[in-house]
Design a protein around this ligand. Structure first.
Ligand SMILES: [Fe+2]
Length: 294
């Protein structure tokens, strides 16, 4: 049997109450482009050669609508779906309309243990339209590393690892147990599916599951500074600059119109196959800075 694995975080679908505020932030602070509207009226945002990396669905609530994980091809999609089925996680077909909105060749879906719709796809739509970032300096670090990472508050780390490691082929990059208060311990595990230190960071907490932040990485450190200036002007900065122990990204965190944060960074390290699992400590799991982060 072919062994399948997820290769990158391909796209994110977001439920958004204020699409105009998102468009404003994405284009004016984060140098993204609006790349059109889907057949169902949702808004596409672009940050690299992918036709879109974000799909914003107007909604009466804010949050993660779905996570798109890219696999190599149709055979890999079958292989990953078989692996999931073998551990008791069946995948389902999606409608042609949904496939058209995502703009991919192949697509299947399953909910994780917290009910978050995960989508497995291959064949994303690319575009060669010229993209002009506002600073004319760097670009986002994407390509084989994917769009960035998500950090999610989850209910059960062991079950999460069963799905993501055994089912989807992720590898554990590190572990951290952070005591957030008397008797409250966050069990944290960053997971990778390519050379990026983590494409998903899992934070088990005795609280309702939710998306905590989306991490993006610029190629040029000045892009981080420029984005931070623009975020500061708008009162959006929530966590100041710092550098993480895990991925070594220098970053700050800003608030989105949906309440969760976007981490804007630069300088994340790229791991090779010999990378050994690490254990992190420290109040903020940061080498310096990031005051106030958990
Ligand atoms: Fe992060």
């Amino acid at each position: 049997m072919t062994t399948g694995r997820v290769q990158q975080l391909g796209y994110l679908g977001l439920d958004v109450t204020d699409v105009a505020a998102w468009e404003n932030m994405a284009t004016n602070v984060l140098a993204m482009e609006v790349s059109g509207k889907a057949a169902d009226g949702s808004l596409y945002l672009r940050m690299d050669a992918f036709h879109h990396r974000f799909i914003l669905h107007e909604s009466d609530h804010d949050g993660l609508a779905y996570v798109g994980w890219e696999v190599q091809d149709a055979a890999a999609l079958d292989a990953v779906c078989n692996q999931l089925a073998a551990i008791g996680v069946p995948t389902t077909e999606v409608t042609d309309e949904e496939k058209e909105v995502r703009g991919v060749l192949g697509l299947r879906r399953f909910p994780d243990q917290d009910g978050v719709p995960n989508e497995l796809f291959y064949g994303p739509l690319l575009t060669d339209e010229y993209m002009v970032p506002w600073s004319l300096r760097g670009r986002y670090v994407t390509g084989p590393l994917g769009l960035g990472h998500i950090t999610s508050q989850i209910s059960d780390l062991d079950e999460h690892l069963r799905i993501y490691v055994d089912g989807l082929g992720f590898r554990i990059s590190g572990r951290r147990d952070a005591e957030l208060g008397p008797g409250v311990v966050a069990r944290v595990a960053p997971l990778r599916c390519n050379r990026r230190h983590h494409s998903i960071n899992c934070v088990e907490l005795p609280a309702p599951p939710k998306l905590l932040h989306i991490g993006l990485q610029f190629a040029d450190i000045d892009e981080v500074g420029i984005a931070m200036d623009k975020a500061k002007e708008r009162g959006l900065v929530e966590i100041p600059l710092g550098r993480h122990q895990g991925d070594h990204m220098l970053s700050f965190y800003m608030r989105t119109p949906s309440g969760f944060q976007i981490e804007v960074g630069w300088g994340g390290r790229e791991l090779d196959d010999d990378f050994r699992v690490e254990q992190y400590d420290g109040a903020y799991a940061s080498i310096w800075g990031h005051e106030g982060i958990q």
